[in-house]
Design a protein around this ligand. Structure first.
Ligand SMILES: NC(=O)c1ccc[n+]([C@@H]2O[C@H](COP(=O)([O-])OP(=O)(O)OC[C@H]3O[C@@H](n4cnc5c(N)ncnc54)[C@H](O)[C@@H]3O)[C@@H](O)[C@H]2O)c1
Length: 426
């Protein structure tokens, strides 16, 4: 049958990441075209996948206008540019791998859902955390009944102080007007995990508080300049953009410096810091998304869930989860290789190893999110090979529900009221 063919829409960070599956497993996936407006990124991508000039485009619309040339469209454009290519390629008969968030409005999420369904194409939304060995094991243990009925879940997303400054103060996700609110752009993964763990009951009401507390002009240190390179107090600032130069000086050319330039070196990174957003003081006020937020959820079976996301943490995106049941308790740090379980009857503590599962992803180029990127891509390719949507853990149904929960939580925060989930897509 030969490998499945894929077109890649957006050859930035994520587009490159998922496409690497074709380098890992060339007998299963072949990249046959790319659309990318940024010249250097486009050229680098074309070289990496040995694409001929007639396989390389500047805009997704050029590929969508041609006869169907592949089985799969990998859509990794910026947040506000997901809907139009997704609908066009679904209507063109392509199976879709779509980056999260599906869309920045719930109405658009519903349109994506119904279009993919009516076109009969497989949709995978990149809520990669569901595919981690940690999440899979927790889900398996919950569903096995070994901890009894789930009474409460606590989930913490520690974003990481510098990571937050990079992506959500200076970077692509800093402003709702150009991206979306941070619960959707960052923590839709977490709301999706909660939705996955609690899939046996329905969330019936949600409340949320949060704010942009720290990264705003009122907190700008006395004497700080607008640009870090000109700043006299930068040595006392944990967020100084000097960090990018330090990284390049130490020989690092991957994320986050590659976000500033396709081929980072001291010269082009210095220039990016002089003129671009990544050289700006984090207290300049270019950003408006929350740097802390809590979400509380009440489920039909009486269980409650609390979620916290916060910028100011040592850990970087490595979630901590605790699941409290009627017969036992689970806990897991997503940067560890085990899930811990405590049984109330025997009072036994068990450490359940995930090492075997984690090793599968270690040989892959897709090592992001603790191997989850690999596991997700593998599931999606398998689903398309077998024409079986159910092999995708984050299909249209699951993803529509978790997006709905995000939009409702944000509604609660902005309207300062508890939201009853009467129109949930269960
Ligand atoms: N699943 C995850 O964990 C995860 C992690 C990071 C980012 N994301 C999401 O992935 C998406 C992409 O993020 P990224 O970090 O790769 O951003 P990026 O900026 O590195 O890549 C996006 C690319 O899309 C290109 N693009 C813009 N307009 C286009 C068009 N008309 N046609 C084709 N390409 C076009 C841009 O030039 C850019 O190279 C975002 O929606 C983001 O929120 C998901």
């Amino acid at each position: 049958m030969g490998p499945l063919k894929a077109v890649v829409i957006g050859a930035g960070n994520r587009g490159n990441n998922y496409s690497d599956f074709a380098l890992d497993e060339p007998d299963r996936l072949l990249v046959v075209a790319v659309a990318e407006p940024r010249t250097r990124f486009r050229e680098k991508f074309a070289m990496k996948f040995s694409l001929a000039p007639n396989q390389v485009y500047k805009d997704w619309k050029e590929i969508a206008a041609l006869d169907k040339m592949a089985d799969i469209a990998i859509i990794t454009t910026p947040d506000q540019l997901h809907v139009a290519p997704c609908l066009a390629f679904a209507k063109g008969g392509y199976h879709i791998l779509l980056e999260k968030p599906m869309a920045v409005s719930y109405e658009d999420c519903k349109t994506i859902f119904s279009t993919c369904e009516s076109c009969g194409v497989i949709l995978a939304v990149c809520h990669v955390l569901r595919y981690t060995p940690q999440a899979r094991k927790i889900k398996e243990l919950i569903d096995s009944g070994v901890i009894g009925e789930v009474m409460n879940i606590q989930l913490l997303e520690p974003i990481g102080a510098k990571h937050f400054a990079h992506s959500f103060v200076r970077g692509n996700w800093r402003h709702r007007g150009t991206s979306a609110f941070s619960l959707l752009t960052k923590s839709c993964h977490d709301i999706d995990l909660i939705s996955c763990f609690m899939s046996r009951s329905k969330c019936i009401q949600v409340s949320s508080f949060g704010s942009l507390q720290h990264f705003k002009p009122a907190n700008k240190p006395t004497g700080a300049a607008s640009r870090c390179l000109d700043c006299f107090v930068k040595s006392k600032c944990p967020y100084s953009a000097q960090m990018y130069l330090d990284l390049v000086q130490a020989g690092h050319t991957g994320w986050p410096v590659k976000v500033l330039h396709a081929e980072p070196d001291i010269e082009n990174i210095t220039e990016a810091l002089r003129v671009g957003p990544y050289g700006q003081c984090v207290y300049e006020g270019l950003n408006d998304v929350c740097d802390n937020q809590v979400v509380n959820m009440q489920f039909e079976n009486g269980a409650s869930v609390s979620f916290t996301m916060v910028a100011g943490t040592e850990k970087v995106c490595q979630r901590h989860v605790r699941v409290f049941g009627s017969k036992g308790e689970l806990s897991c740090d997503f940067d560890s290789d085990h899930v811990r379980m405590f049984d109330f009857l025997s009072e036994e503590r068990t450490k359940i190893s995930l090492l075997e599962k984690m090793t599968c992803a270690k040989n892959s180029r897709l090592s992001g999110h603790g191997g989850a990127d690999y596991f997700m891509m593998e599931s999606f390719v398998k689903a398309v090979e077998n024409k079986e949507q159910s092999l995708v853990l984050t299909g249209p149904k699951e993803s529509l529900l978790s997006h709905y929960l995000c939009f409702m939580a944000e509604k609660s925060r902005t309207e300062n009221k508890v939201i009853q989930l009467t129109d949930a897509p269960y």
